[in-house]
Design a protein around this ligand. Sequence first.
Ligand code: PNS
Length: 165
Amino acid sequence: MTRVAVFPGSFDPMTNAHLDVAQRASGLFDRLVIGVLNNPRKAPLFTIDERIALIERCVRDLGEHVSVDAFDGLTVDFARHHGAGFIVRGLRAVSDFEAELQMALTNRKLAPGVDTTFLMTALEYGYVSSSLAKEVARFGGDVGPMVPPPVAEALAARIRSDPRV
Ligand code: PNS
């Protein structure tokens, strides 16, 4: 039996916490599709193509069975589209739990055949979030411990080129 999972998120941008979850999930599933939500109601710092390209650079070493794809609409439809029986999400702290539980239960109601699996983020990345990384970068702080090197470069370049950021 082939175990396929999707790992959905905004990834604006991918952090070390995301990468850690992707890396561990890549060892658990035969195929892992990282799904980047294209949400027209949000104004992300990085376009959908930029976010995908950054993730592709970050996960290059995880193997051929890991891919990246954009999606809009429901996560369960994205999972079905890829023949996935699992949704992967990372949990950092208790504060994540309530929203994640609600999402997992909603997704289970929508698609009983698709199960959500949670991976606890590694201890050293428990504080990391995309928004925090963007804020630290904006004010000239060192984002090295928070995001993979390609993302740190992209953040610095974006902030240099667009003073409104
Ligand atoms: O990285 P994020 O922003 O925490 O990811 C949230 C995401 C993309 C997983 C969630 O917003 C989502 O699944 N959106 C797609 C719409 C959907 O399926 N909604 C119903 C389940 S809550």
